[in-house]
Design a protein around this ligand. Structure first.
Ligand SMILES: [Zn+2]
Ligand SMILES: [Zn+2]
Length: 203
């Protein structure tokens, strides 16, 4: 029972400025920026939704009760494979790591994150990988309750971009670099009060 509508919502993370850098131009363009359309699901992402539904049916038989299905998004970035938002009953998966580790996602990551949601609905607040969570992993999903994944995360390492102020080189994330490219903001060094200017992409 998957609901493609639930994938529509688009998360926006708040920008956090490092102490030494401040954006100098308020970003007023954002309100007028058209909402990014969600990408259609890849076959692998659809497979994940099917796997989620299977896990829930298994859980309902095991616990003899129903569970509301979570909203599922493939919008997670960085080095985490997945996250479970307990209060919102929402799952987020990392699309890059999914492509590179599809077997592990189906076998482990999906049950791992679903166990967090089930645990919350069954027991309320508990330790994130505590007894209750571990027993759901073991007894319901028969998956060993590992808390970390040994994925190669080389491909999701954030690329930095080298900028320069009067003090020397400064690194900016690709997000900030893109903001500068779009003319949404400029960054000012708090120490020397000069604007950062782009020099080169850095590894
Ligand atoms: Zn976890
Ligand atoms: Zn400076």
């Amino acid at each position: 029972m998957f609901n493609p509508r639930s994938l529509l919502s688009n998360l926006r993370r708040k920008a956090i400025s490092p102490a030494s850098i401040t954006p100098t131009v308020a970003n007023t363009a954002k309100a007028n920026t058209p909402q990014r359309q969600p990408k259609p699901l890849t076959p692998l992402q659809q497979q994940i939704l099917v796997r989620i539904e299977d896990c829930y049916q298994q859980a309902e038989i095991y616990f003899k009760r129903t569970f509301a299905r979570p909203q599922t998004q493939f919008t997670l970035r960085g080095r985490s494979a997945g996250t479970a938002h307990l209060q919102q009953n929402r799952l987020r998966f990392n699309p890059v790591l999914l492509r590179e580790n599809s077997e592990a996602f189906l076998a482990e990551v999906v049950p791992h994150e679903i166990s967090h949601l089930l645990c919350f609905q069954l027991f309320g607040k508990t330790k994130p990988h505590g007894r209750e969570w571990q027993s759901i992993m073991l007894k319901l999903f028969k998956v060993s309750p590992n808390t970390t994944h040994s994925f190669d995360t080389q491909s999701v390492k954030g690329k930095d971009f080298e900028y320069r102020c009067a003090c020397g080189p400064v690194r900016l994330s690709i997000r900030r670099h893109n903001k500068v490219l779009r003319g949404e903001t400029r960054y000012l060094c708090k120490r020397c009060h000069t604007h950062l200017t782009f020099t080169q992409a850095a590894e």
